[in-house]
Design a protein around this ligand. Structure first.
Ligand code: CAA
Length: 286
């Protein structure tokens, strides 16, 4: 049987990840409906896409016609019903709070057509945990992109306990169409591959700072010396300390107590120093 070809997608959430996924989809030749709950967040996402397209064009990485295609085919919306009802493929990129995601998927299930695929950009949560309350679990999959989405090629395509082969393959093919390098994660498990590998290191690095053995800047300098593009703390600022915090907390709950968010990270989050987006985190970004 020939698989349906996806030409239109909806992205739920216009934040750092959502706007990046929308942009990657546009650059892959897709029509994109970008939804957020409020105009400020939605407009911020649209502005970031436009800024990034201008950079790519200025650097000769995309032609004027490609940039125009992307701008013409981006449809921002605040209308949830409209965003969901006619879409064949929905990327979800809302904050990493399990109840928030569960409620969203239940709402989407009420509106979406039976064949619509739901792909979660969660960076840690088991897909089966998100789909717990759903009637149709076969059409839900993980599609974990990396920040900044426009530059990072990797996508983890994660099979939930009940994800169908067709859902996996359509998602994998769509990621290829978006010029990404998808890898299949065949068993649903917290943190998948990349964050499973990186998580233990983060615990040790946090302990070095909490024990006042070295400052974040010094650890980052060492990591860059070893060839990393960013050190751990700069990267945490870049992706958002709230995102990093929720990820640690989730791993603590489902994997092991040792993944508890380190003290310095907790302090930063409690004081609203959430990294680049807040102008301050471990570094000053203002
Ligand atoms: N749009 C288009 N182009 C952009 C851009 C944007 N938004 N941002 C930067 N660029 C371009 C720059 O113009 C520059 O282009 P040239 O090389 O042609 O000059 C290039 O990208 C590199 O940018 P910079 O020189 O400004 O900075 P850099 O060399 O430090 O690279 C980086 C930036 C690619 C982000 C690099 O630092 C990097 O790879 N960092 C690590 C990122 C990473 O590991 N991300 C994963 C995070 S974890 C996650 O997302 C998921 C999770 O689970 C939470």
């Amino acid at each position: 049987m020939k698989r349906k070809e996806i030409t239109t997608v909806t992205v739920i959430g216009a934040g750092d990840m959502g706007h990046g996924i929308a942009q990657a989809a546009l650059l892959g030749g897709l029509i994109v409906h970008l939804y957020d709950t409020n105009n400020t967040s939605l407009q911020r996402g649209v502005d970031k896409i436009n800024e990034s397209l201008e950079i790519l064009h200025r650097k000769g990485k995309i032609k004027a016609e490609e940039m125009q295609f992307c701008k013409t085919n981006l449809h921002p919306t605040l209308n949830f019903q409209e965003a969901i009802e006619s879409s064949p493929f929905i990327f979800e990129a809302v904050p990493e709070i399990v109840e928030l995601k569960r409620n969203l998927y239940s709402d989407m299930e009420k509106i979406a057509s039976r064949n619509t695929i739901f792909a979660s950009n969660t960076s840690n949560m088991k897909i089966s945990e998100i789909t717990k309350d759903l009637q149709y679990k076969d059409r839900v999959v993980g599609a974990h992109f990396f920040n900044p989405v426009v530059l990072m090629k990797l996508v983890e395509v994660i099979r939930g306990d009940e994800t169908s082969d067709e859902t996996m393959e359509i998602t994998y093919d769509l990621c290829l169409k978006m010029n990404k390098t998808p890898v299949r994660v065949e068993k649903d498990s917290p943190s998948f591959i990349v964050n499973r590998i990186n998580a233990p290191l983060r615990v040790f690095l946090g302990a070095i700072v909490d024990n006042e053995i070295a400052q974040p800047e010094e650890i980052d300098a060492l990591m860059k010396f070893h060839g990393e593009p960013m050190g751990h703390f700069e990267l945490a600022d870049y992706v958002g300390l709230d995102v990093t915090y929720y990820s640690c907390q989730y791993r603590q709950q489902v994997l092991h107590q040792d993944y508890i968010p380190y003290k310095k990270l907790t302090e930063k989050v409690n004081s609203g120093e959430l990294g680049k987006k807040a102008g301050k985190g471990f570094y000053d970004w203002s």
